[in-house]
Design a protein around this ligand. Structure first.
Ligand SMILES: [Mn+2]
Length: 603
């Protein structure tokens, strides 16, 4: 190709060859930018080419070259005389990083959201790989590019800028894609979303029929979670405030946060699109739901955020959860429940929640803790989730699970350096810390507690475990000296007015205190079935060994029938749970409790 005089004064448009491209990505006949060294042209950090007309490039340090061919493994290029101008590169949003500051790119994507600020107009652009906020300015508070509407597919040239530490695009040009090509692009976007939202193709960590039966539900949950991330829908993760609840939530958090980060390419997104909060009550409190919905509505009004996906873990399957979930659904939230507690009468939650995962729904009893279940869900969300494989063993120990599945998880944890002994200590420490966190998320502290810094994790356990043991021992002395232990038939009943014989604001809380007493009675009477109850003014908490024939759900049914106006509610596991009532009825519940035990003796 010969250059005419006219060509010489014109500007040559050249493309930049990205650093991850090799010689074989170079297209013959296309013009590239190059750094020039004598008869060599450097197209990127690894692709070097021989210049066929070096005399024309003499004295130039950079310029445009045209790719010719590869000869004996050597790329040949021709130097293009004249001034050059870089052609903006077509790029995927997920590939843009800090190094691209001030560079210009061309992006094709869908306008997901438009927000008018007091200054520029903000457009949220999604190209299938990630989203980016791009802004146009037509005057303070004035709508820029009024022809561009939400839902349109556009091609835009942007310059990368930084605003409050976040990369954004400043719009140079923006055009709607021709209508006839939009539906095709939109279909491709939907396909990409679908692919990105599919569960990872990996096996469960353990062999388990329960997991296989739950797999379709687990997959539904995974797809909903990954779609929420890809759709920029915030995630609100609620969990019971004990070791198992924290474990369940942390595995999910460790799977979800990296995906949110790569979706937005912005550290702040991990705070804007995700929040985890503990629930003191063993159910999704109506009060919590009201607060969550209120926050979501104001985020929607202020930032045009979507209504969240609310995930409720280690609780959520009971009757008390129905109304809060109903309310969340009414306001447009999505709801996923992953629980291992007994499902409420008639399973009200499966009808309300988008997905309800619970082993009881596939005929299992208590082979799984919530932490064990959620670790499996977390791995299918993100197989690269870090530091979660020991958590099922931790949570299973915490919730006193006895199953072949837990056995397999314990072997895995052992291999990762977590002995049974240490897991037991860690479990007690997390429970203690959880009690102290109260309602706060404390994201960094919890992350350390769960081993993001293993050294510090061990130091915390070494520091706190003896202290916690002392607190338990102190409470056990109080309980021992104030409880009544009497045989009813073959069963031994340990009874303690825990409201009077513990401090409400001191660790351990009532349930834990009773567990301590219950264990002590069992050790003293190894071959006797033991039932322990601890009561206060308006609650009774119950622990039963196997072989007493006693189940809490049956008992609740019975007293609800007998005292229909007793304000009776309750739940938990079959052999460990608690019941609430109005104070005037509570003494009758305890009487009834002894009657039930006496009846079991006859049976
Ligand atoms: Mn649990």
């Amino acid at each position: 190709m010969k250059f005419s005089k006219l060509d010489r004064v014109e500007t040559v448009k050249v493309n930049r060859l990205p650093n991850d491209k090799t010689m074989f990505d170079v297209q013959t006949g296309k013009s590239y930018h190059a750094i020039l060294h004598g008869n060599m042209a450097e197209l990127n950090s690894s692709v070097k080419a021989r210049i066929v007309n070096p005399e024309e490039a003499a004295g130039k340090r950079q310029g445009g070259v045209e790719a010719l061919k590869i000869v004996n493994g050597q790329l040949e290029v021709k130097y293009l005389k004249g001034r050059f101008e870089l052609e903006p590169e077509q790029i995927q949003l997920s590939n843009i990083n800090q190094d691209d500051l001030n560079k210009k790119f061309v992006v094709t994507g869908k306008i997901e959201n438009i927000k008018q600020t007091g200054g520029p107009t903000l457009f949220t652009l999604f190209d299938g790989s990630a989203t980016m906020s791009i802004k146009g300015f037509a005057g303070a508070g004035q709508r820029a590019h009024p022809e561009i509407l939400e839902g349109q597919i556009v091609t835009t040239q942007i310059q990368i800028i930084e605003h409050e530490g976040v990369l954004e695009g400043e719009i140079i040009t923006i055009h709607e894609m021709p209508k006839e090509r939009q539906s095709e692009f939109d279909a491709r976007l939907r396909q990409i979303l679908f692919e990105r939202s599919r569960p990872e193709k990996i096996d469960f960590l353990v062999k388990s029929d329960v997991l296989l039966k739950l797999k379709p539900k687990i997959d539904d949950a995974v797809v909903l979670i990954k779609t929420a991330i890809a759709d920029n829908r915030p995630i609100v993760l609620k969990h019971h405030a004990d070791t198992d609840g924290y474990s369940a939530a942390m595995t999910l958090q460790r799977a979800i946060l990296p995906l949110i980060l790569s979706q937005h390419n912005d550290e702040k997104s991990m705070w804007m699109y995700f929040v985890r909060t503990p629930s003191k009550t063993p159910f999704y409190d109506y009060y919590d739901a009201t607060k969550d919905i209120g926050m979501a509505l104001s985020d929607n009004a202020k930032f045009n955020q979507k209504m969240p996906l609310i995930m409720i873990v280690d609780t959520g399957s009971g009757e008390e959860d129905a109304l809060p979930i109903k309310k969340a659904k009414l306001f447009g939230c999505q709801v996923i429940v992953i629980d291992h507690h007994v499902v409420g009468k008639g399973d009200p939650i499966s009808k309300l929640a988008d997905v309800h995962v619970n082993p009881h729904l596939v005929g299992d009893d208590y082979s799984f803790s919530a932490g064990m279940l959620c670790t499996e869900v977390a791995r299918l969300i993100n197989k690269n989730a870090e530091n979660i494989d020991y958590i099922p063993a931790l949570s299973g120990m915490a919730d006193r699970i006895e199953s072949p599945e837990l056995g397999q998880y314990l072997v895995m944890a052992e291999k990762l350096g977590y002995s049974k002994e240490f897991l037991k200590q860690l479990s007690d420490v997390i429970d203690f810390e959880a009690w102290n966190f109260k309602f706060a998320e404390s994201r960094e502290l919890v992350d350390i507690l769960f081993g993001s810094d293993k050294d510090l994790q061990r130091k915390i356990v070494d520091m706190l475990y003896p202290e916690i043991q002392a607190k338990f021992a102190r409470q056990l002395e109080i309980s021992k000296n104030n409880c009544e232990i009497k045989p009813i038939g073959k069963t031994l009943l340990a009874k303690l007015n825990i409201g009077q014989h513990s401090n409400f604001n001191t660790y351990p809380p009532a349930g834990k205190s009773l567990s301590g007493l219950h264990d002590w009675v069992q050790v003293k009477h190894p071959n006797t079935p033991v039932v322990s109850i601890g009561y206060g003014e308006d609650f009774v908490t119950i622990r039963a060994t196997d072989g007493t024939g006693f189940t809490i759900s049956e008992f609740i049914d019975r007293i609800q029938k007998k005292f229909p106006f007793g304000g009776i509610d309750g739940g938990g596991h079959e052999h460990a749970g608690s019941i609430k009532s109005i104070p005037s009825v509570l003494p009758h519940i305890i009487e009834e409790f002894e009657i039930v035990l006496a009846e079991k003796k006859q049976a």
